[in-house]
Design a protein around this ligand. Structure first.
Ligand code: GAL
Length: 431
């Protein structure tokens, strides 16, 4: 069990000791320091991109747990709209460069953190893992993924799966398709997408470029399989090879079967079209299940889901995590936030609302939805690979370069051969 109470008591003791030290060091000038120590509540600015819709509901439930566990700390919402941090990450970078960090920020566990670590922007928080018994609470391979040169710089709040197709059974039936069908390969799936196209609805609902990169990674995974896909990120798979070429051809076909206005949409808009029955399919991480639930939709009758064709048995993984930036104005507030997001109660409340699964291994699955229970099982049984679009597989610079190349292809500026050549160059930006 997670020792939530002793941890909070320990934090309170540290805070009390700090107040005592302040009081002791104030000497004869007690008037000046005492009011500060007793009247200034701590606060924490939490920087995320969970700014609206089901993502905001997820954050809200985390904040409610935080208020119960740390009523002494005021939560300051530093969220910046834009799915997958598409706007937040640039703003964060400029704040870090201006030495104006938030008290804590959302980042993906894995390669995304490497730039911040290399730039000396993050505190080593390994000691919190020891103090709070987190090494035992999280799966060993997750802790290993988080460890850089023996140090850990973030704490995961939850785990999401990226390789999921969300479908509207009514739209599929209207197109003459079996709404319960799953597809063994992208090629088989394309046949079904064409049937939806012929029925007059949108086959594949897609949004702006980051969602296209998200789609691309799942198609690469389907075509290459988990080993060769993982090899894209450690240099052992050739980006110039024929399997990548075949994946890019499929990706082009899928783009052609998607809505033309994708650049003006973010993920909630694209998922909404499946919810509303305007489109048949959407490839999105499992935060989408929270959007279906928020709309009151029922699994089986109103929506279905299955692994992206060709990726059954593989869990395309990403984990939201939080950090303690160097120079955070309220490090005690940040530690309190980290305490909540890593606790059993915090992880339960957040994932229940967010569609994810807890990163801790000791959380009861009982209160979670059918989808989430299936994801928990898959996470234990499936091959785990790292998501590109969500920072687990490659550093920010590489993701940005792949995003630019994808946008050029999707907007018709390049053909498949040029796209592949640009991806070869983009992948080479990995340090
Ligand atoms: C991911 C993030 C998820 C979800 C998604 C859409 O990068 O890990 O928690 O917020 O973006 O915005």
């Amino acid at each position: 069990m997670h020792p939530a109470r002793p941890r909070r008591r320990a934090l309170a003791l540290v805070a009390a000791a700090a107040l005592l030290l302040t009081a002791c060091s104030s000497g004869s000038d007690e008037q000046a320091t005492a009011p500060t120590a007793t009247t200034q509540p701590d606060e924490v600015e939490v920087f995320t991109w969970w700014a609206s819709g089901s993502e905001k509901l997820g954050l809200d439930s985390l904040v409610a747990t935080f208020a119960e566990q740390h009523p002494e700390v005021t939560f300051v919402n530093g969220s910046v709209a834009g799915g997958a941090g598409s706007a937040a990450k640039d703003l964060l970078q400029s704040r870090l460069e201006a030495n104006d960090p938030p008290d804590t920020f959302q980042a993906h566990a894995g390669a995304e953190l490497s730039d911040y670590i290399a730039a000396g922007r993050l505190e080593d928080i390994s000691a919190l893992y020891d103090d709070w018994d987190l090494r035992a609470a999280f799966p060993a391979d997750l802790v290993e993924r988080l460890t850089v040169d023996g140090k850990i710089y973030s704490i995961p709040s939850n785990i999401h799966r990226a390789n999921v197709v969300w479908a509207n059974p009514g739209v599929l039936s209207a197109a003459g398709l079996d709404p319960a069908a799953t597809y063994a390969s992208v090629d088989e799936w394309i046949v079904a997408l064409r049937a939806v196209d012929a029925s007059g609805r949108t086959p594949l609902s897609l949004a702006t470029t980051w969602t296209q990169v998200h789609l691309l990674e799942t198609v690469l995974l389907a075509e290459l399989g988990p080993d060769a896909y993982s090899g894209l990120w450690d240099g052992t798979t050739d980006w110039a090879g024929p399997e990548v070429r075949a994946a890019l051809e499929d990706f082009g076909t899928l783009l052609a079967l998607s809505n033309d206005d994708r650049e003006s949409l973010d993920w909630p808009d694209a998922t909404q079209r499946v919810i509303d029955g305007q489109a048949a399919f959407n490839v999105m991480g499992d935060w989408a299940v929270a959007a279906f639930e928020e709309a009151g939709k029922v699994r089986g009758t109103d929506f279905t889901y299955f692994p992206v064709p060709g990726t059954d048995g593989v869990f395309d993984f990403l984990a939201d995590s939080f950090v303690l930036p160097v120079g955070a104005p309220h490090p005690d507030g940040a530690r309190a936030w980290l305490d909540t997001i890593s606790s059993v109660d915090g992880q339960t409340a957040f994932s229940l609302a967010k569609g994810s699964i807890p990163a801790r291994g000791d959380v009861s699955s009982a209160p979670f939805s059918d989808y989430q229970q299936s994801a928990m099982e898959s996470f234990l049984l499936d091959r785990i690979v790292s998501s590109l679009a969500h920072g687990a597989a490659a550093p920010n610079g590489t993701v940005a370069a792949i995003t630019t190349a994808t946008n050029r292809f999707a907007t018709g500026a390049t053909d498949v051969a040029t796209f592949q050549a640009e991806l070869v160059t983009a992948a080479a930006t990995t340090p």
